[in-house]
Design a protein around this ligand. Structure first.
Ligand code: PGA
Length: 242
């Protein structure tokens, strides 16, 4: 696992955007997976600016979404679906046929998860997965205690995830469960780019990077991933001891 520490959020976001662009430049057919949340907002903004300036070509790549809220219509502001399409795919010219996201409105969760797993296998696995980290150490909706062997699955969400999740919506929205790629798929991605910024993440970043590898801190599994890159700003890295 590599660590990179940046002075501030803008330089962290710029480096993360560069890594996505470089991945697609080297492999135009790259299979990508994107998270939502506050952390990657700057990365996506810079990715769009840089992609336009460099005339980057995303027409051959394929994109997965990391997770989705169960029971929230996809067009609603705040879903992973709506955020990724509006803030990333449309501005980059990525077409609907190049994207596979969880359907949070499915009435057959097992079938939905099987479809996701099958699609990832068909595409030959994920080349670059961009993720954030929850205050409880989750990646996607892999909450503390999740088996590292799981593929796509549904998950009851923890209090802290529900509380921060509510901020993504522009009106109170009932949420209880999520659909997520599993830690097996995070661990199998050729590169996992984990982003963290702000002092609020300093404690969990220290546990995830320097504490024991344990299901209680799902992001700690990245310590054993040779292709993991953790990009942090100084505030998020403040409690690291090494
Ligand atoms: P955040 O969420 O980027 O909004 O901090 C991260 C996460 O919960 O994975």
């Amino acid at each position: 696992m590599q660590r990179q520490i940046f002075d501030d959020y803008e330089s962290l976001s710029s480096a993360a955007a560069d890594l996505v662009l470089e991945t697609v430049r080297q492999n135009p057919g790259a299979v990508l997976c994107f998270a939502t949340g506050n952390t990657p907002v700057g990365t996506y903004r810079q990715l769009i600016e840089k992609a336009r300036a460099r005339q980057a070509d995303f027409s051959q790549c394929f994109c997965f979404g990391l997770d989705e809220w169960v029971g929230v219509p996809p067009e609603k502001s705040g879903t992973c679906h709506q955020i990724l399409h509006e803030q990333l795919f449309k501005p980059l010219g990525i077409r609907g046929t190049q994207v596979h996201l969880f359907d949070g409105m499915t009435d057959d969760i097992s079938a939905e998860c099987r479809r996701m797993n099958e699609m990832i296998r068909q595409k030959g696995g994920i080349d670059l997965m961009l993720v954030g980290i929850g205050l409880n150490g989750h990646i996607g909706f892999n909450e503390p205690g999740c088996s590292p062997e799981l593929e796509a699955h549904d998950q009851e969400l923890h209090e802290s995830t529900l509380a921060s999740g509510q901020h993504y919506f522009n009106e109170p929205t009932p949420i209880a469960k999520g659909l997520t790629l599993g830690l097996a798929q995070v661990r199998a991605a050729r590169t996992v780019l984990l982003l963290a910024n702000g002092a609020g993440k300093a404690s969990i970043i220290q546990k995830a990077l320097e504490g024991p590898v344990t299901p209680e801190v799902p992001a700690s599994h990245l310590q054993q991933h040779e292709g993991a890159v953790v990009m942090m700003d100084k505030a998020a890295a403040a409690q690291l001891t090494q």
